[in-house]
Design a protein around this ligand. Structure first.
Ligand code: ZN
Length: 274
């Protein structure tokens, strides 16, 4: 119980930092300096007014100095991250996998909210996530359990993989190729047939990152799940909010959300799959 509480608290504090990342990375500001300040009056926020969740409740969602409303999003992101850390801990305990998934889910969370706000997926986050996923694949239980799948797919193409069969890195890299290859085909379809940019290159890099993270089998789950949620939200917006058919959805948000969901429950699916 005590460790649960500490992990949750740690999640809240990191969540507070993620808010800073979501707000500052897309507008090109440093995430370290200066310290937190009110976007309206510029008042520097004191440490006792910067406690995750609690300060929002105590200040009733307003700046202490000028009374400007503070977005409900801040405590929401903190709470989400606290819950995320807690579930990850319950699932993987204090293993290397736990720490790997902690870092990766937070990158996905930041990417998801930035895409929601600005319809962009910054390269440093996308490529950083891809790099970490590939490099630390040996600690990734999802990749580890999908080696067999990677081997079978490769042998379909007549590639003898006896020598590289045990390589975790090959499986992770194959997940990356599977995801981005599928998206490149979809992007080409939109570009050649419909003459529009249906999928941004940010989405293609993101799904490559997610593929390297969840592996060649689960990447299809993430795409399907993210796609279905995206389609439902799209239909809702067109029918009830009278949005145009060409309204641009934050697809990266749905993909990131789906990827985090499959980090949390992926092992249960892989075990059944095999
Ligand atoms: Zn203020």
């Amino acid at each position: 119980m005590f460790i649960d509480f500490v992990v949750f608290l740690f999640g809240l504090i990191i969540g507070s930092f993620l808010n800073v990342c979501i707000y500052r990375i897309p507008i090109g500001k440093s995430i370290v300096f200066p310290g937190s300040h009110c976007p309206k009056c510029g008042n520097k926020i004191a440490f006792y007014d910067n406690i995750p969740l609690l300060s929002f409740i105590i200040l009733r969602g307003k700046c202490r100095k000028c009374g400007e409303r503070i977005s409900f999003r801040y405590p929401l992101v903190e709470l989400l991250n606290g819950i995320l850390f807690l579930i990850l801990y319950r699932e993987f305990f204090l293993s290397p996998t736990f720490f790997l998934f902690l870092v990766i889910s937070d990158i996905l969370l930041v990417l998801g909210f930035i895409d929601l706000d600005h319809r962009i997926l910054p390269h440093p986050l996308n490529f950083g996530g891809l790099f970490i996923s590939l490099l630390f694949a040996p600690y990734n239980v999802l990749i580890y359990s999908q080696r067999v799948f990677g081997y079978k797919v490769l042998s379909l193409f007549g590639i003898s993989t006896k020598s590289i069969y045990p390589s975790i890195y090959v499986t992770s890299f194959f997940g990356c190729l599977m995801g981005s290859f599928l998206f490149i085909i979809v992007a080409l379809f939109f570009y050649l047939v419909k003459k529009i940019e249906g999928l941004g290159h940010g989405d293609i890099i993101l799904i490559g990152f997610i593929g390297a993270l969840v592996g060649p089998a689960l990447v299809f789950y993430v795409i399907s799940f993210g796609g279905i949620i995206g389609a439902l939200v799209g239909i809702y917006l067109i029918v009830f909010k009278k949005k145009d058919k060409m309204y641009e959805l934050p697809f990266g948000t749905f993909l990131s959300g789906a990827a985090i969901f499959f980090i949390l429950i992926g092992m249960r699916i892989v075990v059944r799959y095999i």
